[in-house]
Design a protein around this ligand. Sequence first.
Ligand code: NAP
Length: 305
Amino acid sequence: MTAATPDLGQQVAVVTGGTGGMGQVIAAGLAQAGAHVIVIARDPARADALRTLIGASAASRLEVIAADLSRRADVVAATQLIVNRHQQIHILVNNAGAHFPGHRVSVDGVEMHVALDYLAAYGLMTRLDTPLRRGRARIVNVASDTLNDTRQVTIAGRPRPADLDLTEADSLADVNPATGFVPFQAYARAKLMTVTAGYALARTLAADGVTVNALHPGIVATGIIDDLVPAPLRPFRTLIRRSLLTPAQGAATALRLATDPSLAGVTGRYFNRDLETTTPAVSHDPGTQRRLCELSEHHFAGPRR
Ligand SMILES: NC(=O)c1ccc[n+]([C@@H]2O[C@H](COP(=O)([O-])OP(=O)(O)OC[C@H]3O[C@@H](n4cnc5c(N)ncnc54)[C@H](OP(=O)(O)O)[C@@H]3O)[C@@H](O)[C@H]2O)c1
């Protein structure tokens, strides 16, 4: 955190993916600034490294909740636990994410990028509605600029933005199907879904002072990078990692959006690191936003009986 970071004493923050590269730095930064930090982690034992990073005194403000965020039941249970324990939430950082190199389906029948990189964030933003509104929270969604360009190697040519067409979708199980599956595009589409739903929720939450913004952190040397490096470049992985941002540099944008006083009230925006920028037109389309939120609500309503 920077010298300008406000005192976050009395604030409650929820961070997903707090056991990973950037998430650790985000969770530690918020705790060291005085916040009570709830980390949702699929393997709570991995939070031990986070405790060490935070330091003994701030670690007493760390609360770890176990959940596999690709599972609907776990998202529902974790959010219910938080609602039962906390009246207000002031910061929510949806940071957990992964890139899956092949087509995989979650226990709920949804493609894994949709389940983890989108639905976990949607579930937290909506299932924590009451404490988020009470805390006039800042919601920060860690997306990826792959949504603006799905090319893995960008030496020449024009950007190819991610697409999202829900006109034929009866449920989110229809998104990122096995036929024609391209992992990088599927990851980018899930991030585009997070930004798209975020724009819609930014509008509905604005009346209660809740803000929703999304970001690309830069290309950062974390666990996810090993999956994202294209096969021909894998022999140069160590060299590539050295040229990337550190997790602390990558985490800076999320921490800024979560805490910078100059960004109070700023909502419905997308930042590529420090630069506020645009996302594909479909993410601003009211029909797509509405259908996405409907399908997401159906997902959390559970299987039809
Ligand atoms: N690194 C980059 O260049 C880059 C660029 C653009 C966007 N991003 C985004 O930045 C965010 C943070 O990623 P990172 O780069 O810090 O990667 P990372 O080190 O791989 O961290 C990912 C985090 O997500 C957690 N996670 C994965 N699957 C989960 C599940 N099923 N349930 C709960 N938690 C789960 C991981 O938990 P475990 O510790 O248990 O594995 C880990 O804490 C992601 O959303 C990623 O898409 C990264």
